[in-house]
Design a protein around this ligand. Structure first.
Ligand SMILES: Nc1ncnc2c1ncn2[C@@H]1O[C@H](COP(=O)(O)O)[C@@H](OP(=O)(O)O)[C@H]1O
Ligand SMILES: [Mg+2]
Ligand SMILES: [Mg+2]
Ligand SMILES: [Mg+2]
Length: 347
């Protein structure tokens, strides 16, 4: 199957959602950052992006019935006192859709927006087709004005077959050599991958054609670069990178832009061990993982096994996630095994 129709719909949805998120980030105030019941942040961009992607996929792929597994829910938006916030989100969604000629002028109510967000309640699983969406991945980075991503993937029979990811603040050149404060002119990437067809990137703005990307061919670990999450320091990462002989300091970055960075050779290794039993959600990995693997990379757990996206909303692996190149995988797995033994951690 070619998935060309699905790819076109996904690119349109993610690009419009990215446009909405950029509008919000320009003027975001701390008072507009809400806190969810798990104490994580959420903004109008998270809700608005989910509504845009849901509406665009539905319109582009009809009459197919959409199954969408997405991060955000409408519980807090339906509470008394949320009316003004919801009106604001509805305006953002309407403006984003109006910017696309084929959608311009369609009416949109607050209920339409709530229903669009609620259509992301699917549980996924091992049979049929399911879209997987993180409307704003790296909300903490988004709030700081730094890296974030809009990530969308398609699961078919439990396997990721397509991924599209917008990284509006990611430099078009390397993410690791330039700082987060790099020129606003040279940022904004749209990555996409279809199973068996490679990974491509194009600028989010303008009409430049997509270019194929490939992971790094570097085998010299002393010169390798390593990326990790921004928000929490994980001690075992230091032990693993020391064993590998990596000299450079880690690059800390929010969101699945880290997967994109490995896919185009900005860095060779992204490690994601978590603290005490945190369960990873599929939307935090499905788009990024196909973008890296189709560029020649490897995504696996600490035992070297591929990630399993077929078990519902959560990944079922027990320990860390390793993202690297095929050439470096044996060395990284060896260092991971030794560090885990030293710290008395088990697969
Ligand atoms: N303490 C924490 N702070 C931020 N994100 C956390 C977190 N614990 C888990 N996460 C998850 O990790 C994702 C961010 O990953 P990263 O660290 O690579 O930026 C978040 O996605 P969202 O920002 O979409 O909620 C969230 O699902
Ligand atoms: Mg996320
Ligand atoms: Mg998110
Ligand atoms: Mg979140």
């Amino acid at each position: 199957m070619s998935y060309e129709k699905e790819l076109a719909a996904a690119k349109k949805a993610v690009s419009l959602a990215a446009r909405l998120s950029q509008e919000v980030q320009k003027t975001l105030l701390q008072s507009e950052v809400w806190t969810k019941s798990d104490r994580s942040p959420v903004t109008a961009a998270d809700y608005g992006s989910q509504a845009v992607v849901s509406l665009v996929l539905e319109r582009e792929l009809q009459p197919e019935k959409l199954s969408l597994v997405a991060e955000e829910e409408t519980g807090d938006l339906r509470k008394k006192g949320s009316e003004v916030f919801l009106e604001g989100i509805t305006k953002l969604v309407k403006d984003a859709l109006d910017s696309e000629d084929s959608y311009a002028g369609s009416p949109l109510s607050t209920d339409d927006v709530l229903n669009a967000i609620d259509s992301g309640k699917s549980e996924g699983g091992c049979s049929g087709c399911h879209w997987v969406l993180d409307p704003i991945d790296g909300t903490k980075g988004f709030v700081r004005g730094e890296q974030y991503a809009v990530g969308l993937a398609l699961l078919v029979e439990g396997k990721v077959v397509l991924g599209v990811m917008a990284c509006p603040n990611l430099p078009l050149a390397s993410a690791v050599c330039e700082t987060n404060k790099s020129s606003k002119e040279n940022v904004g990437c749209l990555f996409f991958a279809i199973t068996g067809s490679g990974t491509y990137v194009q600028p989010l703005k303008g009409n430049s054609p997509p270019q194929k990307v490939q992971v790094s061919s570097n085998e010299n670990l002393e010169e390798a670069k390593f990326i990790e999450s921004y928000h929490v320091s994980i001690p075992i990462h230091g032990s693993i990178t020391k064993k590998l002989g990596i000299k450079a300091l880690p690059v800390r970055m929010d969101s699945q832009a880290k997967y994109a960075g490995v896919s185009r050779g900005d860095a060779e290794i992204y490690l994601r061990f978590t603290l005490n039993g945190y369960r990873e959600c599929i939307w935090d990995h499905a788009p990024g993982s196909i973008i890296t693997t189709e560029a020649g990379g490897v995504v696996c757990d600490a035992a070297g096994k591929s990630l399993d996206f077929s078990k519902g909303k959560y990944l079922s692996h027990k320990t860390g996630i390793i993202v690297t190149t095929t050439k470096l995988k044996p060395w990284v797995l060896k260092a991971v095994r030794e560090s885990m033994e030293e710290e008395n951690l088990h697969f």
